[in-house]
Design a protein around this ligand. Structure first.
Ligand code: 18C
Length: 256
C-alpha cells in the first residue's frame, strides 16, 4: 500500500540521512533553518490573539505591502494521542489532502524531486474562489523532515510549503498566483512515561504543534473580507486537520 510505502521511505531517510542534492536543495535548507530558528518563539505584543479555543491559540499581525494584506499568522496547539511524525505525515502526503482541506478545488503533485527519497514534492493547487475576487492558484515545494535535537529523546518533525515556479504550472489568467511560506513544526512529548518505552500508549502522547503562514494573495483583495476569512478559516483548518489525524491514527500502531 502506497501509504506505508511513503512512510517507510521517509523513515529510511531518517535512519540513513542520505540526501541527494537537487536544484532546490540550497533554498530548502535556508527556508527550513529559518523556520526552525523562529517559529517556536513566543509571540511579542505586536501579535494579536484572534482565536483561543482550548489548547489552540491563533495570532496574527496586521501587515500590508503596497496596499495588499499579507498578515503573518502563527498558531500554537497541543494535540493528545498523536506524534509529531504522524501529524506531519498527514499534512505532507497528497493522499489525504482533500480529506482535510476545505479551501481547495484541487491539488496535484507535478514533480517529485528525488524519487529515491520523496521528501520534497511540488504541488499545484487551485483554491476555492472567494467572490468577487479572482480565483487564486498556487505552486509550491513541500518538504518534510525529521530533525534530531540531540537534547530531547524525541525528534522534531517539520513540513514547509514554499512558493516556487514550475514549467508545468504557468500563471494563466483569470487565475491569480498566491505566494505562500507555510510551516508546520511538531514536537512529541511523552507524558508519565512507562518504565519500558515499549509500553508507551497513545494516552502517553502529547504533540506540541506550531503552524506559521505568510500568504500574499498575489494581487488586490478586499482587506476586510480577507481578514474575516483568515480569522475563520485558520482555526477551522487546525481543528479539522488535527481531529482528522487523531481519527486516522486511533487504532494504528504509534509511528515515532
Ligand atoms: O496550510 C494549509 N494547507 C496547505 C495544503 O493545502 C498549504 C496551503 C497553503 C495556502 C494557504 C492560503 C490559502 C488561501 C486560499 C484562498 C482562498 C480561501 C477560500 C476559503 C473559502 C472557504 O500550506 C492550510 C491552509 C488553511 C487555509 C486558510 C485560508 C486562509 C485565507 C487567507 C487569505 C488568502 C488570500 C486569498 C484571497 C481571497 C480574497 C478575499
Amino acid at each position: 500500500n502506497t501509504n506505508s510505502n511513503a512512510i517507510s521511505k521517509v523513515s529510511a531517510q531518517k535512519e540513513t540521512a542520505k540526501h541527494k542534492s537537487h536544484r532546490l536543495s540550497n533554498e530548502i535548507e535556508r527556508i527550513v533553518q529559518d523556520h526552525l530558528k523562529y517559529d517556536r518563539e513566543n509571540v511579542s505584543d505586536l501579535w494579536e490573539l484572534i482565536h483561543h479555543e482550548g489548547e489552540m491559540k491563533v495570532y496574527r499581525r496586521e501587515v500590508e505591502e503596497n496596499g495588499i494584506v499579507v498578515d503573518p499568522l502563527k498558531c500554537f496547539h497541543t494535540v493528545k494521542g498523536v506524534t509529531g511524525r504522524e501529524i506531519c505525515h498527514y499534512f505532507f502526503d497528497p493522499t489525504y489532502r482533500m480529506d482535510w482541506e476545505t479551501t481547495l478545488d484541487s491539488t496535484k503533485v507535478i514533480e517529485t524531486l528525488d524519487k529515491d527519497n520523496p521528501d520534497t514534492l511540488i504541488f499545484f493547487q487551485l483554491h476555492k474562489r472567494v467572490w468577487p475576487s479572482a480565483q487564486r492558484d498556487s505552486c509550491f515545494w513541500s518538504h518534510i523532515r525529521c530533525v534530531s535535537t540531540g537534547e530531547e529523546d524525541q525528534p522534531l518533525w517539520i513540513v514547509v510549503n514554499y512558493t516556487t515556479d514550475h514549467a508545468q504550472a504557468p500563471i494563466k489568467s483569470p487565475f491569480v498566483r498566491l505566494v505562500a511560506n507555510v510551516a508546520l513544526t511538531c514536537e512529541t512529548q511523552i507524558i508519565e512515561p512507562p518504565l519500558n518505552p515499549k509500553d508507551i500508549k497513545r494516552e502517553n502522547l502529547l504533540c506540541k504543534l506550531t503552524y506559521v503562514a505568510f500568504v500574499n494573495p498575489g494581487g488586490w483583495a478586499p482587506a476586510a473580507a480577507l481578514r474575516a476569512i483568515a480569522k475563520r478559516e485558520y482555526p477551522k483548518f487546525l481543528k479539522r486537520f488535527t481531529s482528522y489525524v487523531i481519527e486516522q491514527t486511533r487504532d494504528q500502531p504509534i509511528l515515532f
